[in-house]
Design a protein around this ligand. Structure first.
Ligand code: HEC
Length: 148
């Protein structure tokens, strides 16, 4: 009798774990993860380009690329309804961080539009900080060095 109860408990615990995971990026479908990966690589390239233009004072280019990054948010892409529902499973903190990252890109674009040297640097730094913050919190499966 006891054994059966234990077995039931184990099965129950197992079924809880089998629920759709709210753990994070690793629980996304392959399609969506592929999109995220692609977006990340584009963002990284964009940041490299911004760096080069920033140190040369090419603010028009900085503005253009920063706007691209701002609008690259996968939530803003044309996703299927199912994919949108899927994205909502991600932790709130992840979505907020992503949003604030894209806002910083918008702020950088604005500063570049006005050729505001110091503010351009400030927002560039802010964006870099967010890459690291998000990877350290939500991408340790990919970037093992951030594991504690
Ligand atoms: C809100 C969270 C978040 C922010 C902000 C963020 N990343 Fe990521 N990034 C991730 C996650 C999660 C992964 C791992 C995706 C996976 O599971 O493969 C990732 C993966 C990557 C990868 C690896 C892509 C691949 O598949 O090879 C690169 C490169 C990258 N990010 C660059 C950046 C750069 C550069 C920035 C900032 C300018 C940035 N990311 C900002 C969440 C973020």
């Amino acid at each position: 009798m006891k054994k059966r109860l234990l077995l039931t408990l184990i099965l129950f615990a197992g079924s809880l774990q089998a629920q759709p995971s709210t753990k994070g990026v690793e629980s996304l479908s392959g399609d969506l993860r592929g999109l995220l990966s692609m977006e990340m690589l584009q963002i990284e390239q964009g940041m490299h380009k911004i760096f080069s233009h920033m140190v040369r004072g090419d603010y028009q280019e900085v503005n253009k690329i920063a706007l691209n990054i701002r609008d690259s948010f996968i939530l803003k892409r044309k996703l299927t309804k199912a994919q949108r529902v899927e994205l909502r499973k991600l932790p709130k903190a992840f979505l907020q961080l992503d949003q604030s990252f894209h806002e910083a890109a918008g702020d950088l674009a604005n500063a570049a539009e006005f050729g505001d040297k110091d503010t351009v640097v400030e927002y560039y730094q802010k964006m870099v900080g967010k890459c690291v913050q998000c990877h350290a919190n939500f991408a340790t499966h990919r970037f093992k060095n951030f594991e504690e």
